[in-house]
Design a protein around this ligand. Structure first.
Ligand code: ZN
Length: 315
């Protein structure tokens, strides 16, 4: 038992840590610790490629909670509003790439890793099942597996453990699953998550393959940025903030372009000074009309945020 190999494995085990949903630290070897990659002579990566443009790895409009716990920049993801439906949820590729790992890991359970090119990788742990094998090409939105609670470090709690990796040592891989791995903070739909430990992000809405140019724009040009918002009841549309009534924005999930301050709308104790530029569901004209932010489902008085909690940009 006390071979060099077993001592070395114990050392590697003691160096490695993977924290799961309960914020308890478990030991894991991680892939690279279990079989350290040989150091090539190639030296450091010469790639300075920008990170791939990622969307949340779930179908369009699903909402998930992201927690960094004690393992930032890695993120644990559970389904909103109460985690039900997390187990067995479809996991989709956040960007195009080629599957670089798809296997059973004794600590992490079912693992998939996608190589997005330029030294960038995404890694997924604890999956209930894997739908793609090594070498498979995936597009953004391709189903790659199902979320689960496999492997002891899942703490038997269904969640997706997600890591964005960057091959900083240029060996053609990105290690994952332990403090010191080549993992970096990720941005979804342009918003960065997990810069530090103990961060929680509620109701992060997937914009993965939502069609059109939703959410991907810059706020200028022919496809201005849209913010997804939930509307709690049919909202009257106006030609300007508080101006002529022109139509109606229906209850449900819709989009707005930007916000501006205007006349206060008050119903009972609820009020809002913000007005949102949007396209109405009915009316004439219906494009580029205005509704009060009072009608946003998710936010309180004088707030004007999208479903992800991002402030809507000023018009
Ligand atoms: Zn985790």
């Amino acid at each position: 038992m006390t071979t060099d190999r077993s001592r070395r494995m114990r050392l590697l085990l003691s160096m490695a840590g993977l924290t799961v949903l309960a914020a308890t630290t478990f030991q894991t070897t991680g892939a690279s610790a279990a079989s350290p990659p040989a150091l090539g002579s190639a030296g450091k990566s010469t790639s300075g490629a920008a990170a791939p443009s990622l969307q949340l790895p779930f179908p369009c409009n699903q909402q998930w909670r992201l927690d960094s716990w004690a393992h930032a920049p890695a993120l644990d993801m559970v389904k909103e509003p109460n985690q039900s439906g997390t187990e067995g949820a479809a996991l989709v590729a956040p960007a195009a790439g080629t599957v670089s790992q798809s296997y059973w890991h004794n600590n992490a359970g079912n693992v998939i890793q996608i190589n997005h090119g330029g030294g960038w990788f995404t890694t997924y742990l604890h999956l209930q099942s894997r739908a793609v094998g090594v070498g498979a090409g995936v597009q953004q939105g391709t189903v790659i597996g199902k979320v689960g609670r496999t492997g002891p470090t899942s703490n038997n709690h269904p969640h997706l453990h997600f890591e964005l990796g960057y091959d900083s040592n240029g060996d053609g891989q990105a290690s994952w699953g332990f403090s010191g791995a080549e993992r970096v903070k990720a941005a979804f739909n342009g918003v960065t998550y997990g810069s530090g430990n103990n961060q929680t992000f509620r109701n992060v809405t997937s914009r993965n393959k939502c069609g059109g140019n939703d959410g991907g724009g810059t706020g200028s040009g022919p496809n201005p940025r849209k913010y997804m918002v939930d509307i709690h009841s049919a909202a009257p549309g106006h030609s300007s903030p508080g101006g002529t009534r022109t139509g109606t924005l229906n209850k449900g999930t819709g989009y707005v372009y930007c916000r501006t301050r205007g006349p206060k709308v008050q119903v009972g104790a609820d009020y809002n000074h913000w007005w949102l530029k949007t396209d109405l569901d009915s009316g004439n004209p219906w494009r580029n009309q205005w509704v009060s932010a009072y009608y946003l489902s998710r936010w309180g008085n004088d707030q004007a945020k999208d479903n992800s909690g991002n402030d809507i940009r000023d018009c």
